[in-house]
Design a protein around this ligand. Structure first.
Ligand code: FAD
Ligand code: SIN
Length: 550
């Protein structure tokens, strides 16, 4: 807990230019808003709604409004709603799950402000599952000692939250939505953020000038070959904030989820932990159950333990095959409780009543991000961050299932309210100044301008490297190898002037990977989701957060 935490430790890492693209624009290319929200997941939409109560808001989203990690969330959102539960119990479970690195004041804030915001979702029309008497049906997930996980439409919790929030945002006269618009970089003058450079769907550069900006761009797990995250999760907001000089924190803590569908040619579709909560078992290639040999909680052990046990079992049996067995739960029960999973498996010819489901662990959640305080403020003036893009200290060194949607709505609401309050008292950035800042970035022409880049190939090489060297089990030699390759690739990629989002995403992924590897090298211990094979013990000297800045 924070009282016992040792002081944060940091490192200056200079990597790449401070801006990716610095076009020449004029006044017609500037649009004004009061609060600019980058990202339209649970965090961004909650921020937008709160800010829109008092000022004009623009939401920028690189895809359709409802595309992002939020829409894929299955298990649910945690909150104290049952009579046997209490805020203190939820706080204590979260802190216990965080391996000594939770910030107590943050845990207290998220857990106690969460239920009120979940009620707001009810008012917006989010259809959380209830029993015949209208009582919420609450489930349990790993690390939660009480039933406190609310779910919607069975296993479509995120999609339903996104729908309700999206409709509320679209219905607000104070919010302008810019879909399929890519945020390239923040525009920072001195210590104040003044807006962002974006590319519109027509591939035109625009400046969105703002009196305060909220980063809600989600996670970064696309830097790994195996991931449960959709294509959007390339760490853009984190990379942008780092380039602009903001402090980033806890990047070594990437959570791996044990069970994503592992079928050649199929996406790594998540199979929720709630299936194991309902009794599903993990089997090795010989159809033997193995988790009881690894942990007393067997299949419901913490995610990092289950993921490592799966790797160990693959090594022991000489086969990459691991199955999730739902057959004994009864096809009808599974279909009712997990309709989406049943349908997806069916589309690949798998019947939950009779077939074993091949699964593998994959990168799932970024605990680290842009460092913020209790008010969602970053280290740059008028710049806020929330959701998976932010590092609040809520999850410590691990994260309990269903705690991230909760953190997203709580910090989203805080970021929106505080950004709006600040915007009301801040002047609009002056246009000449803004245009000057936009043009004034570092030179970003490649040293090898004539070399053709196959962006997809470079992206896949990076993802393979990160999976191999900075994945579930890490060691110094592998991390050093990753660092030197990332530095080498940077020589011809990071200063290159790309002109479309796929190139900028690649540059962001390189930046994020570099920061993850640096942080993982620094933490010479194992704690929570960070496991170093040559430092397997948790070291009390490392009861501290690691930050980086340029
Ligand atoms: P997101 O929902 O990812 O939204 C990010 C937004 O930023 C998107 O709109 C994206 O388009 C936009 N964006 C990104 N980059 C740019 C850019 N350059 N320019 C413009 N826009 C940009 N958590 C739980 O608590 N419970 C669960 O059951 C659960 N299940 C999960 C299942 C899956 C498969 C996954 C992937 C995650 C799950 N999580 C769950 C985690 C949780 O969903 C996320 O942590 C949370 O939704 C993050 O919300 P967010 O608003 O921060 O980001
Ligand atoms: C899951 O449903 O297993 C994922 C839940 C989470 O990541 O919080």
């Amino acid at each position: 807990m924070s009282g016992k935490l040792k002081p944060d430790i940091g490192k200056i890492v200079r990597y790449g230019p401070s801006r990716l693209y610095c076009p020449h624009l004029d006044r017609d290319d500037i649009q004004e808003t009061d609060v600019l929200v980058l990202g339209s997941g649970a965090a961004g939409l909650m921020a937008a709604l709160n800010a829109a109560e008092v000022c004009r808001v623009t939401v920028v989203s690189k895809g359709p409004l409802d595309e992002g990690n939020t829409a894929y969330a299955q298990g649910g959102i945690a909150g104290v709603f049952s009579e046997s539960d209490s805020l203190e119990k939820h706080i204590s479970d979260t802190v216990e799950g965080g391996y000594g690195l939770c910030r107590e004041e943050v845990v207290r804030k998220v857990v106690s402000e969460g239920p009120e915001l979940i009620r707001r979702l009810f008012e917006m029309g989010a259809r959380f599952d209830r029993d015949e008497d209208g009582r919420l049906t609450l489930t349990r997930e790993g690390g939660h000692h009480e039933r406190r996980v609310l779910h919607a439409l069975g296993d479509r919790t995120g999609r339903e939250m996104e729908r309700a929030l999206g409709e509320a945002v679209k219905g607000s006269p104070s919010v302008r939505v810019m879909e399929n618009t890519f945020a390239i970089d923040l525009l920072v003058d001195g210590d104040a953020c003044m807006g962002a450079l974006v590319m519109t769907p027509e591939r035109r550069f625009r400046i969105v000038s703002a009196r305060a900006v909220v980063i809600a761009t989600g996670g970064l797990c696309q830097v790994y070959r195996e991931t449960s995250n959709p294509e959007t999760a390339t760490g853009d907001g984190l990379a942008m904030a780092y380039r602009a000089g903001a402090r980033v924190e806890d990047l070594e803590f990437v959570q791996f989820h044990p069970t994503t569908l592992y079928l050649a040619g199929a996406p790594r579709f998540l199979i929720t932990e709630a299936t194991r909560g309902e009794g599903a078992l993990l089997l090795n290639v010989h159809h033997e159950r193995f988790m009881p040999r690894y942990h007393p909680m067997a299949e419901l052990a913490p995610r990092d333990v289950v993921s490592r046990a799966m790797l160990e079992e693959q090594k022991r049996t000489g086969s990459s095959t691991i199955y999730l067995d739902l057959r004994h739960l009864g096809a009808e029960k599974v279909r009712k409780r997990f309709p989406q999973i049943t349908a997806v498996l069916k589309s690949y010819g798998l019947d939950v009543g009779t077939d074993l489901v091949p699964v593998c662990p994959s990168a799932h959640y970024a605990i680290g991000g842009v460092k913020v305080d209790l008010g969602a403020r970053t280290t740059i003036g008028r710049l806020y961050a929330c959701g998976e893009a932010a590092a609040t200290g809520f999850h410590g060194a691990n994260r309990l299932g269903s705690n991230s949607l909760l953190e997203s709505i709580v910090f989203g609401a805080t970021a929106g309210a505080n950004a709006a309050a600040e915007a009301l008292s801040a002047p609009h950035p002056e246009h000449p100044r803004l245009l000057g800042v936009c043009e004034s970035g570092e030179k970003v022409d490649s040293a090898f301008p004539d070399v053709e880049i196959d962006v997809t190939d470079a992206r896949n090489s990076l993802k393979a490297l990160m999976w191999r060297s900075a994945g579930i089990i890490r060691d110094g030699a592998g991390l050093e190898e990753a660092l030197s390759r990332i530095k080498f690739w940077a020589r011809y990629l990071i200063y290159r002037r790309f002109t479309s989002p796929d190139g900028w995403e690649l540059q962001n992924m390189l930046t994020v990977s570099r920061l993850i590897v640096d942080a993982a090298l620094m933490r010479t211990e194992s704690r929570g989701v960070h496991f170093r094979s040559e430092y397997q013990k948790t070291d009390p000297d490392w009861e501290r957060h690691i930050y980086m800045e340029r």
